[in-house]
Design a protein around this ligand. Sequence first.
Ligand SMILES: [Zn+2]
Ligand SMILES: [Zn+2]
Length: 139
Amino acid sequence: MPRKPPTHCSQCKVELTEANSYRRRESSSFRSRCRSCWAQDRRRRHDADETRRRAELNADSEICEICGAIETVTRSGRVRRPSIDHCHRTGVVRGVLCSRCNAGLGMFDDDPARLRVAAAYLERHAATPSSSPADLSMS
Ligand SMILES: [Zn+2]
Ligand SMILES: [Zn+2]
């Protein structure tokens, strides 16, 4: 006996429509909650995860483990808390990283081998005397 398909959001009771809800598949029934309740829930879960990770790490550290700087990226006028970095495959907490370093690792697919090669690449080129003195003073 199939359950009656939901017509109202089970959380905020708004009537589910094409505009405010999701269907599992084309032409199937709506999901039991509206989009904003789904989104809220996801945000809440994310925040809870973040709090758990912070506790696991025992971190009040606001200092990035890679660059040693405090977070400077701001969102809506306030400096963001540094991310609690975690392994995306295992969910294991790794450490405190600023947004820039965190994004940087992401760009390298969190691959230590590639990061080492990248570091070596930079060192190799840094060791080459630059023909332009302006370049040297930049760094
Ligand atoms: Zn809702
Ligand atoms: Zn950093």
